[in-house]
Design a protein around this ligand. Sequence first.
Ligand code: ZN
Length: 505
Amino acid sequence: MPTPSFRLYNTLTGQTDPVEPAEPQHLRFYACGPTVYSYAHIGNFRSFVTADLIARTAEAIGWDVTFVSNITDVGHLTEDDVADAGGEDKMAKALRKEGQRFANVWDLARYFSDALITDWRALNLREPDVRPRATEHMQQQIQAVAALQEKGIAYETEKGVYFAVEQFPAYGKLSGNQAAEALAEGAAGQGRTTVQDPEKRDPRDFALWKKDAKHLMQWHSPWGWGFPGWHIECSVMATEYLGEQIDLHAGGEDLIFPHHECEIAQAESLTGKPFAKHWVHTRFLQVEGEKMSKSTGNFFTVRELIASEDEGGRGISPLALRMTLLSGQYRKPFNFTFDKLRDNAHHIQRIETVIQRVDAALQANAEGDDFVGERLDGLYERALQAMLDDLNTPEALAATIEGVKLLQGVGDELSGASAQSARQWLDKINDLLGIIRPQTEGEIADDATADPLAEKVEALLDERAEARASGRYDRADEIRALLDEMGIEVMDSSDGTTWRRKVSV
Ligand SMILES: [Zn+2]
């Protein structure tokens, strides 16, 4: 059999290219992860699903996969649509808004990265082989900036260290943004709070390091206290875990410029070699035909869709949500609707019924020939070929639904041999698309968002409120002292009682 060809659209070449790992049959790739200042929304997850499907498809044809996806927990500023981002740090801004819940920015980052991992597992996303955090790779980032400075590609000003775009003539090759004005920082843009650094040599230059001794997360560097620019973390962590040249780099389409353009400039200036061969970008999604935005109320996090109604969520099955995200190919704009979600919830119910029948037939082990195996094999092949063809998920789902209908049509007549084939088919489809069954309890048992401390604090505060209400002030004081020992600061006001973790020193 000829080696199957896995083809994906490549933003760098503007065409659908075969994926060709440097080491044959071992795909090494990097996908940009989220900035952990809030729960990730369904648009973020659409691009994480693409990365998951790349890994699953490569594995389905027998390749090894090394998949790295980071967590951005520092340095991503609010005005990030220009190369030299400005504004406030997204994490610091979130802390200002959520100050009651978190003692400090580290606490907030940890909480939302745990939440991300829980949602990631709920949606059956393959765990990356490495999930590096920007804050845990500070020395490497500082070294990379210093190395660029030594090569004369970066320079220092009063405010920071900048990448000199003039030194990298290929800048713009990914995004096609060649015009100086398109690349320039948009300091003139409406409502921006950033003041351009007057010492910058070229408006296109972007910050590798920002000097800021007041920043909530800061590190000591050869340029004093401060924090790294957002782009440098991905260049550094991708090359650290995957080598100087990587097979593929993925992310949302909003990252093409400036983030990925800057990653290329940094990595290739440091190594002198082409960085990533294949660049894969997932298109935005809309909700009910409109741009997802908090102001119009059509903004959805995965968390609020899948949480139960008791917990204030919508109680949607994670598999139905995953199937809905798969129902549009990653490279086309996708309209997320609640009708689609309902349709897919029906499909998931059908799949569950089929699984029960297959399990029952396997138990009964009735005699008879295998009368579904051949057709199911054909349908699996159709699904696999669709995935190899630029992740054509709608076609892969159509083949899956046809197989499910076939098994439903057979009803209770499944022979033992047919049930065996059906089970194998369900397993293979699950490996390829991840929509047949949720991960087993053991895999998701360590629920990362469970916050035992918060639960305990709430219980003690309830008890304290009762004690106060019934005049048992000694007990109320005891509880307050206990909370103090636990590192919890209690704040009483006319609006009620709130609490927060004290900053640890
Ligand atoms: Zn990135």
